[in-house]
Design a protein around this ligand. Structure first.
Ligand code: FAD
Ligand code: SF4
Length: 400
């Protein structure tokens, strides 16, 4: 399958190990669908359809090929946390959303309010499959009950961008940074209105196999009737519920640190944007820190850091506070960077990593406008060390 077809363009990204599984290519023409392959969500031709011609917009839209930083009017660029119009700590005032949400329940309380107040006609998000709760599926949220059911992070493959609604100004979309970047790029390429783009900080999408391994540890061969990765507390526990209602769980630190985090796909290891640069509004964990300044995962009431990146996001945040949907407190963006060491390290060392992978003869995405060279000039020796480590790992076949 050559790159004269859309399926060929997508297959080349998968072959290069650069597919994030966002699903945006499905919107670039007919004949593609997303399916689990080797533990990750990947595009494949729909059986029985004739191949669509190559899309001229493909390389601008696919985050395995290109990601361009946005510079929204009125925003201040932060070197690692992205563009910011307004910043706040925030949490849902509705205690059910704050409890069920991943951190402060901000995104799910916002989506429920957008729908129930008529500000949005449709919102795309992700939730547990109703028939197989160990799987994660894209959902169209219709109001409070759905938004509550979809609250909480799911550390597994799902391709929300494939269901994005463009050209309808009152549509909204919740997705990972790569999905949001692809949807914004697609709207730009088509000259259509982008949906309101809501995102969250993301350290990477783990393989579905990692979820399945944790489920097997906790409940053996019996399929659970419910599964959540965190939430219901902050950070909450990875929990499976058996047919008789008994719960088995492990801590966030144990589930993410030991099993899920190490199973993230290769593209995520080369990601420039774990902070949702392209979103209108983004939420993150605003972890407390211990006495050494490291993030502490002790249970507590959830608090999100909320960054409005555009005027549209800032207006939404202000209106939600005014309507009593969210409560906020002041936030210094540097304080957020201090409790997100992974995101800071990933962006500040990325130039070295990309150079090492390129030297090993492997493809990397094109990133524009993220100021990666600034970090090289600041710490050239660290970049050299990173480049050398990445070169060795890439030569050894990492990411294949
Ligand atoms: C893969 C992944 C990696 C993450 N890495 C980080 C990180 O590095 N740093 C950090 O601070 N936080 C990370 N998080 C957690 C998340 O950024 C924060 O908890 C954020 O504060 C959102 O909290 P909230 O309570 O406002 O969201 P909630 O109110 O719980 O809403 C979450 C929303 O996200 C949607 N959603 C859940 N899982 C997915 C998914 N896999 N794909 C697309 N949409 C989804 C749901 O539909 C829901 O609308 C990650 C989450 C995921 C899914
Ligand atoms: S990264 Fe997204 S757009 Fe690119 S091939 Fe993968 S699913 Fe398609």
């Amino acid at each position: 399958m050559g790159e004269s077809t859309l399926a060929g363009q997508a297959a080349a990204v998968v072959r290069d190990g650069l597919c994030s599984g966002c699903g945006a290519c499905v919107l670039l023409g007919p004949g593609l669908e997303m399916a689990l392959e080797g533990g990750f969500s990947r595009p494949r031709p729909v059986e029985g359809t004739s191949p669509a011609p190559a899309s001229p917009a493909f390389d601008r839209v696919c985050p395995g090929r290109t990601v361009v930083a946005q510079r929204p009017e009125g925003s201040r660029p932060h070197p690692t946390m992205g563009p910011v119009v307004t910043a706040a700590q925030g949490w849902a005032t509705d205690p059910e959303f704050r409890f069920r949400g991943s951190s402060g329940g901000v995104l799910s309380a916002l989506t429920a309010w957008l729908l129930d107040s008529g500000r949005a006609s449709t919102v795309v998000g992700a939730a547990a499959s109703p028939t197989a709760p160990t799987r994660t599926v894209t959902v169209r949220l219709t109001g409070r009950a759905d938004a509550l059911a979809a609250a909480g992070s799911r550390y597994a493959p799902v391709s929300n961008a494939a269901a994005a609604v463009l050209g309808t100004p009152d549509a909204a979309f919740v997705g990972k940074p790569c999905e949001v970047a692809a949807v914004r790029a697609l709207a730009r390429a088509r000259g259509e209105a982008a949906p309101l783009l809501l995102s969250f900080f993301c350290a990477g999408t783990p393989s579905q196999d990692a979820t399945d391994a944790l489920v097997a540890e906790l409940s053996g061969a019996t399929p659970p009737t419910a599964l959540w990765y965190r939430g219901r507390g902050w950070p909450g526990r990875f929990t499976v519920v058996g047919a008789d209602g008994t719960e088995a769980s492990v801590t966030y630190d144990e589930s993410w640190g030991r099993v899920l985090g190490p199973a993230a796909q290769w593209r995520c290891k080369l990601c420039v944007d774990g902070v949702g640069d392209s979103a209108d509004l983004v939420a993150a964990d605003f972890w407390h820190t211990d006495e050494r300044g490291y993030p502490s995962f002790a249970e507590g009431d959830g608090v999100s850091a909320v960054l409005a990146r555009t005027a549209r996001g800032a207006e939404l945040l202000a209106a939600a506070v005014e309507a009593g949907v969210l409560e906020t407190a002041p936030l210094e963006v540097d304080d957020l960077a201090a409790v997100q060491p992974f995101q800071v390290r990933r962006r500040t060392t990325l130039a070295g990593r990309l150079a090492g992978v390129r030297l090993a003869g492997r493809a990397v995405p094109r990133y524009r406008g993220f100021g990666l060279w600034r970090h090289v000039l600041r710490a050239p020796r660290t970049q050299l060390r990173t480049a050398s480590g990445s070169y060795s790992r890439a030569r050894a076949g990492g990411g294949r």
